[in-house]
Design a protein around this ligand. Sequence first.
Ligand code: SAH
Length: 247
Amino acid sequence: MTATPAWPLNSLPRLFIDDHLSLDNSYHIETQAAHYLTRVMRRNIGDSIKVFDDRSGEYLAEIIDISKRHCSIKIIEKLRAREEVPDLWLCAAPIKRDRWAMMAEKACELGISAFVPIHTQRTIIDKIKGDKLRHHMIEAAEQCERNALPTMQPLQKLKPFLEAFPENRRLYFCDERGGDNFHSILEQNQGPAAILIGPEGGFTDEENALIHAHPAAQGVSLGPRILRAETAAIAAISAWMSHQGDW
Ligand code: SAH
């Protein structure tokens, strides 16, 4: 008989644990999460939480030891397997820190399978903090109840990204200068996809031509207004998800 949590299951705190979780085993939760459980969520020994590992799935766990700095839990019951995630990549040029963090958070909530930072000629950011971006996506996953995290690719330049782009994937290039009607494109094209978003300054003419020359690329319009990059990412992902995703 599993322990009946005092709180309804859907209101329990959810934490990502970067380890392979399995039934009846115990795990040590790192300090930041321990602080969240004790100080923010006021949980104590005997309380239940939900944990997921982005490997085997999601579990009900019981807090077996807790203090200001650390917490140990024991896995009580498997709740669900690691979920299938719609096969949509977000490929975007890094933008200013807060907006970039927001783009990663929203893309994770909306259900992308991978985040691919692309360095373009007008990208103002030269390097990105991958671990910070992963942290934003972990927090978004904990909140939105994903139990599979988006994969994080390293920052790559546009040309090699296009050269290595996989055969069986559509590349929807969000082109603020034109592009075709996204709705009708999505009506005609199914399957794995990637959305490409430029930096605040947009793509250069040379980049625009390079992208259009790629056999998998299709210029899409996100309407008559010029959207900020993070808005364009949210809009494009939402359009794809409502057509071919899991909404
Ligand atoms: N160069 C623009 C800003 C680029 S916006 C300017 O005039 O300031 C950043 C990115 O968002 C663009 O590169 C494009 O990928 C996407 N985007 C913005 N508005 C769009 C639209 N209406 N249709 C398609 N993509 C758009």
